[in-house]
Design a protein around this ligand. Structure first.
Ligand code: NAD
Length: 254
């Protein structure tokens, strides 16, 4: 698929990886529909996309966990842009914590259900809702399409990330399922599993966690958001790519 003149929807498009992908595709002449909860950063991202050369850039303030709002926003995007070619399910949150803590034979902590559920709601249910709406519009239009889910190296399990790791494995399972189910409509699905990338999300990490993380990366550096945008571009442009995960992690899983 050509990026130029395609309508690309990016959730969590206001900052971090979402914004970097939006800027990258704007420079290639795409039309961008950015979904985010943060109205202020969303407006900035849209302005930036227009300045970079987007044919059209519009922001939609929506919480991806809200089913009715997600249904409505996809209707609105199709009305505003006339079509929908690509969805990037990128909105995601971290709420790290240990499953249990035990001291001197006493349980001092259990991960609250809300801490687990809140991450599932955004990372997994949000991706499901947006993927479902995008697939419905793409199948109806009959021109194929591309859906990209953002996973993580954490999908294979990571200390302190019961909730996050479960969602990032879950989006890979959805990617494979959708690639199998939606291929008949010419819709391709792929996933990207980033390692540690320099964004506001990773800026929340404690200095000792950053040091520990970097020591595990053979390339001994953070990834840059544009290195993820580059992979999203590859998935969009390669018409025979579907159902697989691209790992962009500096070799951290080796
Ligand atoms: P970020 O926190 O910098 O940006 C996330 C964006 O998503 C924000 O603009 C936020 O407002 C938006 N968002 C959060 N909850 C939302 C909701 N319910 N509805 C709509 N928008 C919502 O994060 P990032 O580092 O850019 O990460 C983007 C994606 O990449 C996430 O799915 C994350 O899990 C994944 N990822 C990031 C890294 C990394 O190192 N940064 C590594 C692996 C995977």
């Amino acid at each position: 698929m050509n990026i130029s003149a395609s309508t690309i929807v990016i959730t969590g498009g206001a900052q971090g990886l979402g914004r970097a992908m939006a800027e990258h595709f704007a420079a290639a002449g795409a039309k961008l529909a950015l979904i985010d909860m943060n109205a202020e950063t969303l407006a900035e991202a849209c302005e930036l996309c227009t300045a970079k050369g987007a044919m059209q850039a519009q922001g939609y303030v929506v919480n991806v966990t809200d089913e009715a709002a997600v249904e409505q926003v996809f209707e609105q995007i199709v009305a505003d842009f006339g079509e929908l070619n690509v969805l990037i399910n990128n909105a995601g949150i971290l709420r790290d914590g240990m499953l249990v803590k035990c001291k001197d034979g006493e349980i001092t902590h259990k991960m609250p259900l809300q801490q687990f559920q809140s991450v599932l709601d955004v990372n997994l249910t949000g991706s499901f809702l947006c993927g479902r709406e995008a697939a419905a519009h793409m199948a109806k239009a009959g021109n194929g399409g591309v859906i990209i889910n953002i996973s993580s190296v954490a999908r294979s399990g990571n200390i302190g990330q019961t909730n996050y790791a479960a969602t990032k494995a879950g989006v890979v399972a959805m990617t494979v399922t959708w690639a199998r189910e939606l291929g008949r409509f010419g819709i391709r699905c792929g996933a990207i599993a980033p390692g540690f990338i320099e964004t506001p999300m990773t800026a929340q990490m404690k200095p000792e966690a950053i040091e520990r993380a970097l020591s595990m990366v053979p390339l001994r550096r953070w990834g840059q958001p544009d290195e993820i945008a580059h992979s999203a571009r590859y998935i969009i442009e390669n018409d025979f790519f579907s159902g697989r995960v691209i790992e962009i992690d500096g070799g951290v899983r080796l």
